[in-house]
Design a protein around this ligand. Structure first.
Ligand code: HEM
Length: 121
């Protein structure tokens, strides 16, 4: 009888206790406390008025930024936006309508472009 109880303990009871302890410990550990949340990262982004955005026209060594749907993208390092110009469009502006209704590619081309801020409401 004692033999059976010992092997039962070793086989089931001890692993079960260890499992419960592991679950309790992992539930108590502060997993995400140190990680910035997505909303925090968005809040850290710069805010631009359209007037401020106009200074980033890619001319005379200035950075080239464009805004689409309230998000400001940095196209300075794109070879297709040299000098802030791209197929007749100039950086430093909100080009939401143009990228959606005039360009042949739509907004998908922005996927690999760095975001630097958003437009001030
Ligand atoms: C007549 C209008 C336009 C034409 C013909 C045009 C054409 C093109 C072409 C051919 C490419 C390269 C596509 C590829 O690599 O697969 C491109 C890329 C791109 N276009 Fe346009 N585009 C136009 C307007 C616009 C507008 C209004 C925007 C506004 C933001 C824009 C933003 C971009 C961006 C961000 C890229 C990607 C650049 C890169 O990855 O380096 N385009 N465009």
């Amino acid at each position: 009888m004692i033999q059976i109880e010992k092997s039962f303990m070793r086989k089931y009871l001890l692993p079960a206790i260890l499992l419960i302890l592991a679950v309790i410990l992992s539930a108590c550990s502060p997993k995400t406390a140190e990680q910035p949340q997505v909303s925090d990262v968005t809040q850290e982004l710069a805010e631009f008025t359209l007037e401020e955005l106009a200074q980033y026209d890619g001319k005379d060594g200035r950075e080239a930024y464009v805004a689409v749907d309230g998000v400001v993208y940095d196209v300075t390092r794109s070879s297709l936006w040299k000098g802030g110009e791209h197929n007749g469009f100039t950086a430093g502006r909100d080009l939401t309508e143009e990228i959606k209704n005039v360009s042949p590619h739509g907004v998908s081309k922005l996927n690999n472009i760095p975001v630097v801020g958003r437009i001030k409401e």
